[in-house]
Design a protein around this ligand. Structure first.
Ligand SMILES: NC(=O)C1=CN([C@@H]2O[C@H](COP(=O)(O)OP(=O)(O)OC[C@H]3O[C@@H](n4cnc5c(N)ncnc54)[C@H](O)[C@@H]3O)[C@@H](O)[C@H]2O)C=CC1
Ligand SMILES: N[C@@H](CC=O)C(=O)O
Ligand code: NA
Length: 436
C-alpha cells in the first residue's frame, strides 16, 4: 500500500522529537499502523536554526499554509502552539480534507468545540493525546479504557514545569526563577512561561480532561486557576513538617449541584503516591465508580515523551482511514448531541480544607482573636504550629490547618483576620486535598 503522507507544522521540541521517533521506530510503527508513514514536508519559522532532528528527505518551508494546502498530504500535525495561526491552519487543513494531530492544549481548550464541528463537517479526525500530560495516554484511558465508568473525580499533576520547580525548591532549596530558566532550557515550558507558573496551561489541560470525563462542553473560562508563583520555600518546608507536600493540582469533581473545575497549589498527605510524583513527571488520579481509583504516571513534557503521544495519534488516524467513520470514538468521548449542561460551580461554593500561614505580633491574645474569628465562621482547626520569631523579627509565623469549609466563608474569615492590628502581613492560604 502507498505510504500515508504527513505534513508537520513546527520543528521545535515536539516537532523534532516526532521526526526522531517516527524515523527510529519506523518499521515497528508500520507494523502497528498497517501502512508506512512518511513525513513529506515541514514548516518552521527559521530554517537556519539548529535542530534536534535530521530533516533529510523532508521538504522545508517557512510558510505553514503551503503545507496545509499541499494536496498530496493526508495528515497535518500541528506543533506550533498558541491560538493564531494554529487555529486558522487546523481549520484550513480540515477543510482541505486532511486529518489533524495536535499537541496544542490552548487551542483545543479554547476552540475545540469549533474545531470538532469543522472536523465533523468534513468527516475528518482531530487527535490530541499529546495536549494533556505529554507522554501519558490519559485521553485514551478516559475515552476508551474507562468508558464503562461514571467518573466521580480526577486530580492531576498536569504541568511538568510547575512540578519541576516545586520539586527542585523542596529538594535542593533552589530559587524559583533559576529553576524556571532550567525548565525553559530543557524545552518543558510554554512559549510564554507564565502559562505554566500561573496555572493556565494546567487549566487548559483540565478543561479537556473534564469534558472527556463528564461529557460537558470545553469551557476554559469557568476553570478557577491559581499557579505556583506565590509559593515560597517557607510554605514548602512548613507543609513538609506537617506531613504534606505542595503540588499544583488540576481537580475536576462532581459535586451535588455541579462540577468543580479548579487548578491551584494543594497540600496532599506526603504518603500518597501522587505526592511523590516529582520533577517533570505528571500523574492523573481518576476515580471511577466501577474501577475505583487509578493512577496514570509518566513524563508530562519533553521532546520524545510528547512525541510518543503524537505518533500514537498518527497511528490511530492511519488505522481509522480504513474503518467506517461513523464508528470512530467521538472527540470528547460522548456523542456530540449527548453533551450535558450540568453547571460548573463558582469557586466560592467549593469546600476544601486549608493551610493558613499568618504573621502575627508576639503578644498575648493574638491566637485567641484568630481562633474566635475562625469559630465565628464555623471553621474548625485541625492542627496548629507556632514558631519562634526569626532572629531580630518582631512577628512570628503561625501555621493552621483547618477542616473543610466553603471558599466564601474562608474568604470572609481571612478578611477579618487580616484586619486585626496584630496580624502584620496578608494571610497565606493553600487549599488541601486528601484525595480519598
Ligand atoms: N514542549 C513540551 O514538552 C510540550 C509541548 N506541547 C505543545 O506542543 C506545541 C509545540 O511546543 P514546542 O515544540 O515546545 O514549541 P517550540 O517553540 O519548541 O516549537 C515551535 C515550532 O513552531 C514554529 N512556530 C512558532 N510560531 C510560529 C508561527 N507563528 N508560524 C509558523 N511557525 C511557528 C517554530 O518555528 C518552531 O519550529 C505547543 O502547543 C505546546 O503547548 C505539548 C506537550 C509537551
Ligand atoms: N509546558 C507544559 C508542556 C507540556 O504540556 C508543561 O510544563 O507541562
Ligand atoms: Na497524553
Amino acid at each position: 500500500m502507498k505510504p500515508v503522507k504527513v505534513g508537520l507544522l513546527g520543528l521545535g521540541t515536539v516537532g523534532g522529537g516526532t521526526v526522531n521517533v517516527l524515523k527510529r521506530n519506523a518499521s515497528e510503527i508500520t507494523r502497528r499502523a498497517g501502512r508506512d508513514i512518511q513525513i513529506c514536508s515541514a514548516s518552521a519559522r527559521d530554517l537556519t536554526q539548529p535542530r534536534i532532528c535530521d530533516t533529510h528527505g523532508i521538504t522545508l518551508t517557512t510558510d505553514p499554509f503551503a503545507v496545509v494546502e499541499d494536496p498530496n498530504l493526508d495528515i497535518i500535525v500541528e506543533l506550533i502552539g498558541g491560538v493564531s495561526p494554529a487555529k486558522e491552519l487546523v481549520l484550513k487543513a480540515l477543510e482541505n480534507g486532511k486529518h489533524v494531530v495536535t499537541a496544542n492544549k490552548a487551542l483545543i481548550a479554547l476552540h475545540g468545540n469549533e474545531i470538532f464541528a469543522q472536523a465533523h463537517k468534513y468527516g475528518r479526525m482531530v487527535a490530541f493525546e499529546a495536549a494533556v500530560a505529554g507522554g501519558i495516554p490519559i485521553i485514551k484511558t478516559l475515552r476508551e479504557g474507562l468508558s464503562g465508568n461514571r467518573v466521580e473525580w480526577l486530580a492531576g499533576i498536569i504541568n511538568g514545569t510547575s512540578n519541576f520547580i516545586l520539586t527542585e525548591m523542596r529538594d535542593k532549596g533552589r530559587a524559583f526563577a533559576d529553576v524556571l530558566k532550567e525548565a525553559q532550557a530543557l524545552g518543558y515550558a510554554e512559549a510564554d512561561p507564565t502559562f505554566d507558573v500561573e496555572g493556565i496551561d494546567a487549566g487548559h489541560k483540565l478543561t479537556i480532561l473534564a469534558s472527556i470525563a463528564f461529557g460537558i462542553p470545553l469551557q476554559f473560562p469557568k476553570v478557577y486557576t491559581e499557579g505556583i508563583s506565590g509559593i515560597t520555600p517557607e510554605d514548602v518546608s512548613y507543609a513538609e513538617q506537617l506531613g504534606y507536600r505542595i503540588k499544583l493540582l488540576g481537580i475536576a469533581r462532581r459535586a451535588d449541584k455541579g462540577i468543580e473545575l479548579r487548578v491551584h497549589p494543594t497540600l496532599i498527605p506526603a504518603k500518597r503516591l501522587i505526592a511523590n510524583v516529582d520533577g517533570v513527571m505528571n500523574a492523573i488520579l481518576v476515580k471511577g465508580d466501577a474501577v475505583g481509583p487509578i493512577l496514570s504516571y509518566g513524563a508530562g513534557a519533553g521532546a520524545e515523551p510528547t512525541a510518543s503521544s503524537v505518533v500514537a495519534d498518527i497511528v490511530d488516524v492511519v488505522r481509522a482511514l480504513t474503518s467506517d467513520p461513523e464508528n470512530r470514538v467521538p472527540h470528547l468521548a460522548f456523542q456530540p448531541d449527548a453533551i450535558s449542561d450540568i453547571p460548573v460551580l463558582p469557586v466560592d461554593d467549593i469546600e476544601t480544607s486549608y493551610y493558613l500561614r499568618l504573621s502575627a505580633e508576639d503578644k498575648p491574645g493574638v491566637l485567641a482573636d484568630v481562633t474566635r474569628i475562625l469559630a465565628s465562621h464555623r471553621i474548625s482547626i485541625e492542627a496548629l504550629i507556632q514558631k519562634e520569631p526569626a532572629e531580630g523579627a518582631s512577628s512570628l509565623p503561625v501555621i493552621l490547618l483547618t477542616h473543610k469549609v466553603a471558599e466564601r466563608e474562608m474568604n470572609a474569615a481571612i478578611r477579618e483576620i487580616e484586619a486585626l492590628a496584630t496580624v502584620t502581613a496578608p494571610v497565606k492560604r493553600i487549599r488541601m486535598e486528601t484525595l480519598k
